[in-house]
Design a protein around this ligand. Sequence first.
Ligand code: RAM
Length: 486
Amino acid sequence: MIKKFLIKAKALKPKLTTTEISVDADKTPLGDGDHTVLDFGDHFVGKVKIKFSFVGSPPDAPAFVKLKFCEHKSELDEDTTNYNGWISKSWIQEEYVHIDDIPSELKLERRYAFRYIRIDVINISSKYRLVAEKATVVSQTSAKNEVKPYGEDETAKKIDKVALRTLKNCMQYEFEDGPKRDRRLWLGDLRLQALANYETYNNYDLVKRCLYLFAGVSEKNGNIPACVFTRPRVIADDTFMFDYSLLFIPTLLDYFTATGDKATALELLPTALRQIEIAKENFDGDVVRDSDKLGWCFIDWSLELNKQCSAQAVYIFCEKSAIKLCSLLGVKTDELEEDVKRKTEAAISAFYDKSLNLFVSGKERQLSYASNIWMCLADVTGKENSINILARLENTDAIRPVTPYLYHHYIQALIDAGAVDKAKKTMYDYWDGMVDAGADTFWELYDPNNADASPYGSRAVNNYCHAWSCTPSYFIRKYFTGGKND
Ligand code: RAM
């Protein structure tokens, strides 16, 4: 823990903006086994109150009800009793409550992320029926301003509206990954949220707070954890990821580029550069270790993915960001430049398959979008080759991205290579698919061919509002502007 950084993070803790939204229920009298659904018409994050009354005789026994908060309508009828995912079932937003006094207003302590509330009456006396009258959410966010959906056409505007809401609802005391689950700050998510934030809500202090939180909880050796808990007090998670630690560097570079805040950049630069030194411990010579000896390197939620090649590329990408940041700050870059040159040459000789003209990964020489996307982002073979690599991939059975997180990187790689039209089409197809499937906010996972896709063994714990899916707002404003930014 570095106290002076955590003190700065604390001073930057935002005040949340709250808004009260109420909806009337359909007031159907509910007996044993009956249920009703309240629809708030959009996705909200906040605390909830529900007013109940009754019809019939005076209530002579409590009503025992189940409340289920759902982000997406498909969750309303999802049976979660036999949940067998590998992360805790406690993330599912279900409550079992006794209502003793009726009429009364039930005030729930937890914060929920939802559009719908399903109320099931489990047990009630036969002498009366329960009536749900009205529900209210005090919605909260640290986004200060409203941002008008923007886009060069209707599809872009439609996607942007949902992306803006995704970002806004993940903006709480930190940039959360998902307001339903895990409700905390992850580095990979932060980097993408910050990019979208610079084009939209411009809450620079929230990014600054998150940078100081990460730097403040770094290990004794300087290593930055993949995620931070802030409640009930600030504490680092014991999860470290090869890629996420390194991604602190471009996150700091982006922050400095957006704000010009040199004091912060200079203060956090040593922490950023330290990630390169620590990452080096995972190299044999200039080639990063294979996936099984590397520890966790995230890249994507595809469980079969070999990460070796992507890890090498992330390292190069981040080291190049470090060079840029140092140059902007007037810090010398000779050692970084020598190292990146060696790592780039090693990347080509270890991972570039000359017969395929594509990058492959691991002992099995696995072909994936991830490896090639990251090698293009790291600009290992130059822009012209990148455009060919990304085009060539399409006619192969390379492992495809499964999360909007890797889709983001795919789109960025296409843009960097100059394939802006293809990037736009890819973004429209993928994100508009979620809009068509009823997204009010964008999801953690979206596989157009498999509605049940989940890295957790059950989609009941998937998020339908997830940080890393908000970047259409960034792409649309920065690159797909109908010539406005050219
Ligand atoms: C998920 C989180 C987060 C991501 C990590 C790797 O559990 O929701 O978005 O960054 O995994």
